[in-house]
Design a protein around this ligand. Structure first.
Ligand code: ATP
Ligand code: FE2
Length: 337
């Protein structure tokens, strides 16, 4: 007899992660490992090799950490897309073999929707506008007519990729976002009343969409011109985050919703969290952000969405379990409350 825990596997990009929810859908911390290339960007095949290498040890860890046997697992969920093909395939293959071996249902889920659902579970918000800011994705999403609709998104690169690339240009290895946050803070410590004079960057908002590569080129240029690197880090955060918050605010106005939920790895950033809080207070809305371990990619969010989908009658047959690198947020019917 299988148990009633749901195990989730995340493998869309750098991170391979197992996570769990219990029979009531309550989240348990994930067991994860992230490939951090010392030079250059991420190579999908290297990341996939990393995932295969770490998968059995991570699975063992998560079962031991939660004092579970494999027989306690009642269903296995995995990220079916979007993401890098080679990486997604490692998670799908692991999920298929666990499903077959334990004779339990398989459920392929949408990674972006999983970021939303773990945030709703953790923060207790009901019907938010989601500001989903990660390496590969930057989207403003709201639930309308049974789907999570993308109201605005990046037209070029994800905000996290932009931060990582800017950092890499200046010798900082992946992930650059947290280092930029620290450098911006140290600029503020030595300049309590900072000014953007001479540190202006292009406006990244295009209607309801965003674009970040122009910001990055302009920030690189400022550094080349001799502006202090820490000052440019601060300015880059101010401009890029203000643009995201502006689109989220427009989404609140258009939809009439009253909650903002942050998700994705860049939502670990305290300045972004603070900007969202300020904007929401001004509009009499509320801003929510899950703990950092559930902002970055994690298996628990996949388990949570798998749990919701299975509870509402969906599962994935082996024949339909192929990955979809381009899976869209609004492709997933949202049948749960
Ligand atoms: P997705 O597949 O959803 O695009 P991802 O592969 O980018 O996700 P995440 O773990 O969601 O993975 O996000 C990683 C990104 O988050 C990196 O770009 C990293 O620099 C950024 N990041 C992490 N912490 C911070 C921080 N404190 N400030 C800014 N950016 C951060
Ligand atoms: Fe993600």
């Amino acid at each position: 007899m299988a148990g009633d825990w749901v195990l989730g596997i995340e493998s869309t990009a750098h991170t391979f992660s197992f996570g769990l929810v219990d029979a009531n859908g309550k989240a348990r911390p994930s067991s994860s490992d992230t490939l951090r290339p010392t030079q250059g960007g991420i190579h999908p095949r290297e990341a996939a090799d990393h995932h295969v290498e770490f998968s059995s040890a991570l699975l063992k860890n998560i079962l031991e950490d939660n004092d579970l046997q494999s027989s306690d697992i009642g269903a296995i969920a995995y990220s079916q897309g979007p993401g890098m093909g080679a990486c997604l395939r490692t998670g799908a293959a692991a999920a298929r073999s666990i499903s077959t071996h334990l004779n339990i249902p398989l459920i392929g889920v949408n990674h972006c929707v999983a970021h939303i659902e773990i945030g709703r579970e953790q923060c207790g918000c009901d019907d938010p506008v989601l500001l989903y800011v990660s390496g590969g994705n930057t989207q403003v999403i709201a639930r309308l007519d049974g789907r999570y609709r993308v109201l605005g998104e990046t037209l070029d690169i994800g905000i996290g990729n932009m931060l990582d690339k800017f950092a890499r240009n200046h010798g900082i290895p992946f992930p650059g976002g947290p280092v930029i946050e620290k450098r911006a803070l140290s600029w503020l410590e030595s300049n309590p009343n900072p000014s953007l004079d001479g540190l202006e960057l292009p406006y990244a908002v295009h209607g309801m969409d965003l674009a970040f590569s122009g910001l990055m080129s302009a920030a690189n240029k400022l550094v080349r011109e001799g502006k202090p690197f820490e000052a440019v880090c601060w300015s880059l955060q101010e401009h890029a985050f203000a643009a995201c918050i502006e689109v989220a605010e427009r989404a609140l106005a258009h939809t009439g919703k009253t909650e903002v939920l942050l998700g994705g790895g860049v939502a670990c950033n305290q300045r972004l969290r603070d900007m969202s809080t300020i904007m929401c207070e001004e509009r009499e809305a509320s801003s929510h952000c899950p703990p950092r371990m559930y902002c970055i990619d994690n298996g628990t969010m996949i388990a949570r969405l798998g749990w919701l989908e299975i509870k509402h009658g969906r599962s994935t047959s082996l024949g339909q379990s192929g990955i979809d690198q381009e899976m869209r947020t609004d492709q997933t019917p949202v049948s749960w409350p």
